[in-house]
Ligand binder design. Structure first.
Ligand code: DLL
Length: 432
């Protein structure tokens, strides 16, 4: 099933042609409408006419989060404010957000891209979509909302939180699709299993989870505890919001909506583009956005691109699920560690729960990593010997998989704060 078959199944030649035409038009528009970009082009001695092939993209300047901060709030907009009909902001917790804007046409395209993602995941207009992404400046809530409406499904605009009510309506409305962060889906599952839910009334079939990294082990847990199929949806406010890429039901990476975005992977140190199959930092160029187009936006997200055929029939290239960000990566005594790697290790053990925290500190000159992880109820009431043994096994596994020694602190069930949106996994106490 496709939403926009003609775009989702284009041949490589067709897609490259569409991308080049759109890139050339974009560069012209940025040069003429956004002083920031005109200056960057001039610094590089570039004129819009210099972009003759898709490969020429490598000559174009990158855009960084700092650039968006420097032009706060509307300095990067390429249309007059009278054409802007929606503003959103990035999810930074402190300081000023990065502001992004949309025209009516941008919203129409966004709605279609979310509808496309939902159809990829198996959603139809007969579904009831309970949307528990946060509504507000965050793009998750309203982005998914209008996409589900575009598709013709019935949307329940719950936003995040209010878990008891989420579970009540899920039963009463016969919700079939749940959209939220994976950590919130997990929290809801925990509450549902703790009692008060009549499982006969739970009709969930599909979960569309994203906005934060999650592992395949976490997927397995979510699929089992809800008895659903769970797919990964990716995006970021600076580039669109959710809907830049999404998994199809084969779950072998996320299809990138290449008719609207050019994806590159670069070496984060040198900025050099890397070939398909090599891991690096994702960079996106938005091809069709009117209000707030971005050129080669450095996401800091780490992934790999794959161009091989997908069984679903879509020809859109895929990105591997994002397992971390360059700025999420902990360097512990010289070893690079992502929270998602720790998550994979922890979830191999049936005795632990997928709720964990990485606490980093400096002891003398040495980095010190402590992994706090909740143990299951059953385990916690077990003998001390059992806990000591589990701790030992976890420590050995972390050492062999990640190559670092870490202290393991087994904590009581439900003692690590739950998240209704994006989880916070790292507490870094090292002096900056
Ligand atoms: O999180 C947009 C979104 C909403 C995506 C709902 C999916 C679902 P921001 O708040 O700007 O936008 O955060 C973007 O979140 O650069 C990634 O680091 C991370 N992220 C988003 N989706 C995924 C995912 C939204 N599926 C930042 N897997 C991005 C891993 C993700 N990380």
């Amino acid at each position: 099933m496709y939403w926009q078959r003609e775009y989702e199944t284009m041949s490589r030649e067709q897609i490259r042609k569409v991308q080049l035409e759109r890139l050339q038009a974009l560069v012209k528009r940025l040069y003429n409408e956004v002083p920031f970009y005109q200056q960057r082009f001039k610094e590089k001695g570039l004129l819009p006419g210099d972009i003759k092939t898709l490969e020429d993209i490598k000559h174009l300047p990158f855009t960084t989060k700092q650039d968006l901060r420097d032009t706060y709030p509307f300095g990067m907009f390429a249309v007059p404010m009278e054409d802007v009909v929606r503003l959103h902001g990035s999810s930074g917790t402190t300081g000023k957000p990065v502001v992004v804007g949309y025209t009516k046409n941008d919203l129409r395209i966004w709605g279609n891209l979310i509808a496309r993602s939902m159809v990829m995941a198996g959603v139809t207009k007969n579904d009831v979509v309970q949307n528990a992404y946060g509504y507000g400046l965050f793009t998750g809530g309203m982005g998914i909302h209008y996409g589900a409406e575009t598709l013709g499904a019935a949307v329940v605009p719950m936003s995040g939180g209010n878990t008891a009510k989420q579970l009540m309506l899920m039963q009463d409305f016969g919700t079939t699709v749940l959209t939220c962060t994976p950590t919130y889906a997990l929290y809801m599952a925990e509450e549902a299993h703790a009692g008060g839910v009549d499982w006969e009334k739970i009709k969930l079939k599909i979960g569309i989870f994203g906005a934060e990294p999650w592992s395949n082990e976490m997927r397995r847990q979510l699929e089992e505890s809800w008895n659903i199929t769970a797919v990964d949806i990716y995006g970021l406010s600076e580039v669109l919001g959710p809907g830049v890429a999404c998994e199809c039901r084969y779950k072998k990476g996320l299809h990138i909506n290449e008719d609207h975005f050019i994806a590159e992977v670069i070496d984060p140190e040198t900025g050099e583009p890397l070939p398909y199959g090599q891991r690096g930092e994702l960079v996106f160029t938005s091809l069709t956005k009117e209000a707030f187009p971005v050129l080669r936006y450095r996401t800091r997200d780490i992934s790999v691109l794959y161009a091989d055929k997908c069984e679903c029939g879509r020809t859109l290239i895929r990105m591997e699920r994002v397992t971390g960000r360059t700025d999420d990566m902990l360097i512990i005594r010289g070893v690079n560690v992502f929270p998602s790697q720790v998550e994979s290790v922890l979830l191999e053990f049936g005795e632990t729960e997928p709720h964990y925290l990485l606490v980093v500190d400096k002891k003398g000159t040495m980095d010190d990593l402590e992994i706090w992880v909740e143990v299951s109820d059953r385990m916690f009431s077990d003998k001390v010997r059992g806990l000591e043994d589990l701790e030992k096994r976890l420590r050995a596994r972390v050492l062999s998989v990640l190559g670092i020694s870490a202290k393991i602190r087994l904590v009581e069930p439900k003692s690590i704060p739950r998240s209704e949106g994006k989880a916070k996994r790292i507490i870094d106490k090292r002096p900056k």
